[in-house]
Write a protein that binds this ligand. Structure first.
Ligand code: SF4
Length: 337
């Protein structure tokens, strides 16, 4: 067993300074992923900096009418909050579709954004080939069991998928990630720019620099996301609970007189990051809110999909899930903001 040291951060500045200067240190918040990774020897830090008690565990209202979710706020508290359930239902649904009640009670919002892929070759260090775990070693999944792997945006270096449900909803809501940098600056990162595609460096998963700490997540005011009140998360998985998505869809529609005025469509379980299809959104806007429109958008969203030996089923599954998600979204009753 490898010895590690543990320290409790006193504030964000202390946390980022401590972690920024030590490449062998990691943050500990809810611990629902980092501790698994350490047990499997995928992550081997010398030092854990506990940030779970930093005062960032609440929801607060912003002066523009938006919402700030604390980086240390628990997933379960976020999903259950009345403002989230009423104004941003897709976010509440997505969180509740993930993991188990016990895990959601521990998992932090910031940690949710940083959870790592569940590619089984990544977790099993007996497999030497994994570019994400051991850059330059190859990818065992390319010619292995790749049923759960990506069909969009992958590279020959890595075909892993992003595991979070919450993040798919946040991408649909134009959320902004707020961070504290080791130099003391605050940074605001548009959600769809936060996670990276694998390219040649699948080990780099976000734009965060070493030591940068997620302090919060901003959700825009209802006036800026008029589609949010009619938003929905649909997840397809191998069993009814405690399973990662084969395919998921976060969809949002603003419909007036039967015509789609604005839309959001983000896919989960199919790419290395939340996969927002702006082309499909453009195809939805100005069209009648009906199944023919949704089918056309689904075709566009999956254009360019590349499948591997075991995951070709994901393409028709994703199309059907998009159509059903949009139909269910259109039939939702809006709650006034
Ligand atoms: Fe590693 Fe990515 Fe290949 Fe999985 S898909 S084995 S995480 S390189």
């Amino acid at each position: 067993m490898k010895p590690i040291t543990y320290a409790r951060a006193t504030d964000a500045a202390n946390a980022t300074a401590e972690t920024g200067k030590d490449p062998q240190s990691r943050y500990l918040a809810g611990g629902t992923n980092i501790l698994d990774l350490m047990k499997y020897s995928v992550e081997n830090p010398d030092r854990l900096i506990d940030v779970s008690r930093l005062p960032m565990s609440d929801l607060s209202m912003l002066s523009n009418g938006g919402v700030l979710l604390g980086g240390m706020m628990k997933n379960s508290d976020t999903a259950a909050h009345a403002i989230i359930r009423e104004r941003y239902p897709v976010l509440s649904e997505a969180i509740l579709a993930g993991a188990t009640g016990q895990i959601r009670n521990m998992a932090s919002n910031g940690g949710n954004l940083l959870q790592r892929t569940r590619c089984h070759y990544f977790y099993d260090i007996a497999f030497k080939e994994c570019n994400k775990r051991n850059p330059g070693s190859g990818c065992a999944a390319l010619n292995g069991i790749n049923r759960a792997h990506a069909v969009l945006g992958a590279s020959e270096k890595c075909i892993a998928t992003h595991p979070s449900d919450m993040c798919i909803a946040l991408a649909a809501l134009d959320a902004v990630v707020v961070t504290s940098r080791p130099n003391g600056e605050t940074r605001r990162i548009p959600f769809t720019e936060f996670h990276l595609l694998p390219g040649n460096t699948p080990q780099i998963e976000t734009v965060l620099e070493r030591g940068e700490l997620i302090t919060g997540i901003e959700l825009p005011p209802a006036s800026a996301v008029p589609f949010a009140a009619k938003s929905h998360y649909l997840k397809v998985r191998d069993r009814a609970s405690y399973a990662f998505a084969l395919v998921s869809v976060a969809s949002a529609l603003q419909i007036e007189n039967g015509v789609i005025k604005s839309a959001r469509l983000v896919l989960g379980g199919v790419a290395h990051k939340p996969w927002r299809s702006k082309e499909a959104e453009v195809a939805l806007v100005g069209k009648p809110a009906n199944t023919a429109t949704y089918k056309a958008a689904a075709e566009i969203a999956l254009k360019g999909a590349k499948t591997y030996k075991h995951n070709a089923f994901k393409v028709p599954l994703a199309k059907q899930t998009i159509i059903r998600a949009l139909e269910e979204t259109a039939s939702m009753k809006e709650v006034a903001a």
